[in-house]
Every structure is written in structure tokens, then in C-alpha cells.
Write a protein that binds this ligand. Structure first.
Ligand code: COA
Length: 382
């Protein structure tokens, strides 16, 4: 297997993009990434998308996108793993380059969510249809059950839980691509509308349109294109139970732990080596459980640690410098790729006011459903 580097990145703004179709958004991100890498011709393309058929009635989107960005003829593959589709797109492109099959490969992700009438129903297709969605449980409800169990088991208070979105919104300020780049305080969280007790509007990632893309090539060719290639040092992917009731403990996310173990092993790294990570905070409780499964904090301790400032600048590890899914937005198929872009910008030293000092490794964690799938990447500047 060959070593693989990321040589270019590009994304749209995340938000309500009423003037762009799904192909317009993907083309904007893809062409920006190609320009950033200095490449005009791709050997292959991957696109992560959870549900383009239900959202905008367009399937067959890998061909649509290859054609629309002027790359007709190349092999193009759609990748689906619910909200982890973007992360899996990067992993698939990595394998295509590492295997020697192709040299210049685009890994992208896209979702156009605002056009749909029934977004909650579409998202719920990523849960267990028979035992969850059919009975009316959607993702806010599933994560609310996890939050209640965690608060009961570990004594986390509602006010401590609120510190996750407060931190992530603070990080998002100045991120020109973020959907909700503004600060919020405890009162804003506690007074926001109840969605699924105890989760309020400000605990939930929003509905978002957006696209993101990165360009991969063999590490030994990377310097032809860029002065600062970013090596993909470790990747781990895993599956977990699709239904929440099949988790042995609903305060745990086994797929995250397994994916992280695999990525750490491949990278030869430990949690103590990581000072920056983009994590999948689809709901505030998710960031807390994920931070424990990634090994940053002991079980039951992450909520209080985050509330005490251990997951921001000057703390143990900076989680979600971009603002995370909560403030940056969560166009489900694009999220995993956008997380990788934030890690690349951090490692290149291009993150501006969000820059994490002395960063050596960048990590991303992208998750599908209530832990049915997970992809973790560890990146390094070379
Ligand atoms: N953060 C900050 N502001 C938000 C927000 C968020 N997460 N979500 C919505 N808002 C704002 C909107 O801009 C809007 O403001 P306005 O009235 O000034 O225009 C207002 O709050 C109401 O927004 P709206 O989109 O109408 O709310 P909604 O009740 O239709 O939807 C949720 C809110 C939380 C139910 C919806 O965003 C949701 O389902 N989120 C979860 C998505 C999900 O499950 N993703 C997959 C994860 S596994």
C-alpha cells in the first residue's frame, strides 16, 4: 500500500443555500478543491451522500457530479453510511490511491436538506425502521434517551450539558463557512425550545445545505502540487448496533471506540498525542460520549471536563475548532469531509483565529445514526 496525502481542499458555505442545486453545491466545493490542489484532471471521484433521492429526487449522483464538474468518463462512486457518508468517502478515496489503482482522486460529500418537506422522516431512515422510526422515534428522541441515561448514571447536570454547544458556538465565531457563527450563553440554551427532553433546540445540530471536497494523491507525488501536503496517517472504520436498544449500555458508542482503536493503531498514536479533534456533535450528549470513546477522558468524566474548559484552547484537547456540527452546520453527507478540511487547515496553519497552537496530529470522528457506523481519520503535516 502507498502512503497517501491530501493536496487540496474546498467547500461551500454551510446553511440555507436556496440559490444552489445539489450539483451546483458539489461543483463549487469540487472546483475549489481542484484549484487549491492545482489539478485539472481527476482519475476518479467519490461522493458521500446520505439521501439525495429522498431530499431532492436525484439518485445516480456520482455520474451527475463527474459530468457536471467536467470530468465525464472517469470512474465515479457514491458512498452511503448515513451521517458518516463523508468520512467513508475519504476512506474509499484513500484506498483507491493507496492500492495504486489511481493517482489523483477527489473525495467529496454533499447534502441538500432544506428543499425536503419532511426532513425528520428522511433522517430517521438511518435508524432502525422496524423498531424505531416506525414507532415515531427520530434522532433527537434517540439521543435524548442517551442523554437521560448518561445524566442519571454519571450525575451530569443540564447546565453542564449546555456547555458543549456554548463552547462550539464560541469556536465558530469568524468561521466564514459556518451556518450559525455566533456566541450563545447558558440562558440561550436553557430558554430554547424543547425538542426531546432534555434536549433543546440549542443542543441539536441544524438542517443544512452544503458540500465539501478534498483531493488525494500518493504521498511521493504530493510535492509536485503543494508545499504543505497532509499525510493520512491512520484510518479506522467500524459498525455498531443500528437500534439503540441493542447497545449493551446506551451511554456507550462501541463503533466509535472500535474505529478509534483502529485509527490509533494504524497511525502509531495514542489519545495523549492528539491536541485537536473534530467530533460528531450531532447532539450535545454525542460530543461527551464520543470524547470518552476516543480516549480523551474517562467514562463519565467528559461532560464535567468540557464544562471546566478542558475541550477548548488552553485545555487538554481542542474539540470542534470549526464550531462543530452544532454551529457550523450538518449537511449529513458532507460533514465528514468538512471535518477533514478543518483538520487540514489546522495542520497547514491556515485556521486564522481558530488556530490550535503546536498542533502535530489532526483527528476527525464522523458517525452514522445513533452509532451504527463510525469513521475516524488521523492526519499529519509532512
Ligand atoms: N442552532 C441555532 N439556531 C437554530 C438551530 C440550531 N441548531 N436550529 C434552528 N435554529 C433557528 C433557525 O434559524 C430559526 O430561526 P428564525 O426563526 O430566526 O429563522 C429557528 O431557530 C427555528 O428553526 P427551525 O429550523 O424552524 O426549527 P425546527 O423546529 O423546524 O427544527 C430541529 C429544529 C432541532 C428539530 C431540527 O433542526 C433538527 O431536526 N435537527 C436535528 C437534525 C438531525 O437529526 N441530524 C442528524 C443527526 S444524527
Amino acid at each position: 500500500m502507498r502512503d497517501v496525502a491530501i493536496i487540496g481542499v474546498g467547500m461551500t458555505r454551510f446553511g440555507e443555500l436556496w440559490n444552489q442545486s445539489i450539483r451546483d453545491m458539489f461543483a463549487e466545493a469540487a472546483l475549489k478543491a481542484m484549484e487549491n490542489a492545482g489539478v485539472e484532471k481527476l482519475d476518479a471521484l467519490y461522493v458521500g451522500a446520505m439521501s439525495s433521492g429522498l431530499y431532492v429526487y436525484q439518485e445516480h449522483i456520482a455520474s451527475v457530479m463527474a459530468d457536471y464538474i467536467g470530468q465525464r468518463g472517469i470512474p465515479a462512486t457514491r458512498v452511503e453510511s448515513a451521517c458518516a457518508s463523508g468520512g467513508l468517502s475519504v476512506k474509499s478515496a484513500y484506498l483507491e490511491v493507496a492500492s495504486g489503482m489511481s493517482d489523483i482522486v477527489l473525495a467529496g460529500g454533499v447534502e441538500k436538506m432544506w428543499d425536503a418537506d419532511d426532513g425528520s422522516f428522511i433522517l430517521a431512515t438511518a435508524s432502525d425502521q422496524e423498531f424505531e422510526a416506525f414507532h415515531g422515534v427520530t434522532f433527537p428522541g434517540l439521543y435524548a434517551m442517551m442523554a437521560n441515561a448518561y445524566m442519571h448514571q454519571y450525575g451530569l447536570t443540564r447546565e453542564e450539558l449546555a456547555q458543549v454547544p456554548i463552547k462550539n458556538h464560541r469556536h465558530s465565531v469568524g468561521n466564514k463557512n459556518a451556518q450559525y457563527a455566533f456566541e450563545i450563553d447558558l440562558k440561550t440554551v436553557m430558554n430554547s425550545a424543547m425538542v426531546a427532553d432534555p434536549l433543546r433546540l440549542m443542543d441539536c445540530s441544524p438542517i443544512t445545505d452544503g458540500a465539501a471536497a478534498v483531493i488525494l494523491c500518493p504521498l511521493d507525488r504530493a510535492k509536485e502540487f503543494t508545499k504543505n501536503p497532509i499525510k493520512i496517517k491512520g484510518i479506522g472504520a467500524a459498525t455498531g448496533p443500528i437500534a439503540l436498544h441493542d447497545h449493551k449500555d446506551v451511554t456507550r458508542l462501541d463503533a466509535v471506540r472500535l474505529a478509534a482503536e483502529r485509527a490509533y493503531k494504524m497511525a502509531g498514536a495514542k489519545p495523549e498525542d492528539i491536541s485537536f479533534c473534530e467530533v460528531h456533535d450531532c447532539f450535545s450528549i454525542a460530543e461527551i460520549i464520543v470524547a470518552e470513546e476516543l480516549g480523551f477522558f474517562d467514562y463519565g468524566k467528559a461532560g464535567k471536563a468540557i464544562a471546566e474548559g478542558q475541550a477548548t484552547y488552553g485545555g487538554k484537547v481542542v474539540l470542534n475548532s470549526s464550531g462543530g456540527l452544532k454551529a457550523k452546520g450538518h449537511p449529513v453527507g458532507a460533514t465528514g469531509v468538512a471535518q477533514v478540511i478543518e483538520a487540514v487547515e489546522q495542520l497547514r496553519g491556515e485556521a486564522g483565529k481558530r488556530q490550535v497552537p503546536n498542533i502535530k496530529l489532526g483527528m476527525t470522528q464522523n458517525m452514522g445514526g445513533s452509532g451504527g457506523s463510525c469513521v475516524v481519520h488521523i492526519l499529519e503535516a509532512v
